[in-house]
Design a protein around this ligand. Structure first.
Ligand code: GLP
Length: 243
């Protein structure tokens, strides 16, 4: 895994946005795997800003989101559908008919991805317990799109986005095997709260640390800020300097 560290949070976001823009510039019909979470809010904002300046069209891309809460209406402001509309889709010329979220049965969603030729570029964030998508610790590396139970740590991590309302107990997520089939992945990790789990995920490859599977991916990059990199740095991790 190629690791690039950014001293500036602004540069991290800007380069993460640039990575996806380069993909779309190179292939306007790209199949994109998209993530949600706090990490991607400034990245999508930068993506929108640049795409407008550079007049880049997203009308021909197809998007597959990583995950969605189960039992929540798409129109609910807590859903990932709502997040994607608010942060990205409504701001550029994405074709709503070409944007997909994981749905049951998972096999059908997997087939839809395969019918589009697979995901060309996948954005990933890291959960505080090492999850990617909603593949919680213990998820099989061979898992595919399915319904999952959310862990207590995920409920705690994301509780503030539900502002006191009951947090969902289940979600539908792409599996770890689904994610690892993407041709290219970009994992973006920022903030001191992720330093320990990022370190753990890079020490060994184990299903207890779902993101550790990315170490085996042939084309996965990690963009990390100084705060999240701190522990790795202490242990002498080699890294490229992004700014
Ligand atoms: C969430 C989502 C992930 C996201 C990750 C990090 O729960 N299921 O897709 O990437 O956890 O979230 P954040 O960026 O808010 O730290």
């Amino acid at each position: 895994m190629k690791i690039t560290k950014f001293n500036s949070y602004q540069n991290l976001n800007s380069m993460a946005a640039e990575a996806l823009l380069s993909q779309v510039k190179a292939n306007p019909k790209s199949v994109l795997g998209l993530a949600t979470g706090r990490t991607f809010i400034p990245i999508y904002a930068e993506l929108v800003r640049r795409a407008k300046v550079e007049k880049i069209s997203f009308n021909q891309v197809t998007t597959f989101n990583l995950d969605e809460y189960a039992g929540i209406e798409y129109s609910d402001s807590h859903s990932f559908h709502f997040y994607m509309q608010a942060q990205l889709f409504s701001k550029l010329d994405f074709n709503p008919k070409k944007s997909f979220f994981p749905n049951l049965p998972g096999e059908k969603f997997e087939k839809l991805i395969a019918d589009h030729g697979g995901i060309d570029f996948q954005y990933l964030g890291l959960g505080i317990n090492g999850h990617i998508g909603f593949n919680e610790p213990g998820s099989s590396f061979t898992s595919v799109t399915r319904l999952v139970q959310l862990s207590e740590s995920t409920k705690i991590q994301n509780a503030d986005s539900f502002s006191g309302l009951a947090f969902p107990t289940e979600a539908i997520t792409m599996g770890l095997s689904t994610i690892s089939r993407a041709k290219k992945c970009l994992l973006v990790v920022s903030g001191a709260s992720k330093a320990q789990i990022l370190f753990d995920c890079l020490q060994k490859i184990h299903e207890h640390f779902p993101a550790s599977l990315l170490q085996t991916h042939p084309d996965c990059e990690l963009y990390v800020d100084q705060a999240a990199f701190a522990l790795l740095e202490k242990h002498g991790q080699r890294v490229l300097q992004g700014d």
